[in-house]
Write a protein that binds this ligand. Sequence first.
Ligand SMILES: C[S@@+](CC[C@H](N)C(=O)[O-])C[C@H]1O[C@@H](n2cnc3c(N)ncnc32)[C@H](O)[C@@H]1O
Length: 206
Amino acid sequence: MLYRRLVAKIYDQAISKVESLCLRRWRSELMADLQGTLLEIGAGTGANLPHYSSALERLVLCEPDDAMRRKLESALRQVSLPGAEVYDWPGECLAVEDASLDVVVSTLVLCSVADPQQTLREVFRVLKPGGQLVLMEHVAAQDARLFFWQRFWQPLWRPLACNCHLTRQTALLLESTGFQLDLRQEVMLGAPAVASPMIIGRATRL
Ligand SMILES: C[S@@+](CC[C@H](N)C(=O)[O-])C[C@H]1O[C@@H](n2cnc3c(N)ncnc32)[C@H](O)[C@@H]1O
């Protein structure tokens, strides 16, 4: 669809200020010591690629949007990650065996997936016991006034921002899926206030 192609085209430029203010630092921190078999959902234009080790046993990059995936494939050619695999799988349906992965990565994706509950069940399924979901997501505000404005803007925001929801209670969903959480709260500098409350860290499948 034309709009999605436009979004893929301008995505890196649109997010560049926020990347330099905070996202790049968080990506680098989160991806620093990841090892073994790793799958990323909603890999987008490949913003996490420069932070992955070339020593990963297996790197699986999933991106369901055709235009985004083309940019991802092009970004992959600029880095040295031999053997990385690219698929169009949505987070809700990963063609990977049960308990087969060490790490799943999700950055700014759980706000946009059609079914966050199913996505988290699927992530839980594919992780080995002890495996970790490494995540960086914007979420519902704890502050009541900001939450009011998130709910106010959401009907306009969601269609304009490709199904991005402002009010997802992602930490609660993670807990109810059975993950053990090690998350901290942050503020996404440079983003509109309604999209600024963040959770960052790891969720472990026990
Ligand atoms: C805001 S972008 C984030 C891209 C990238 N992860 C990053 O950190 O820059 C959201 C991404 O989620 C993808 N997405 C949307 N629905 C999805 C789904 N059901 N499963 C997996 N990814 C999805 C979009 O195509 C888009 O690439």
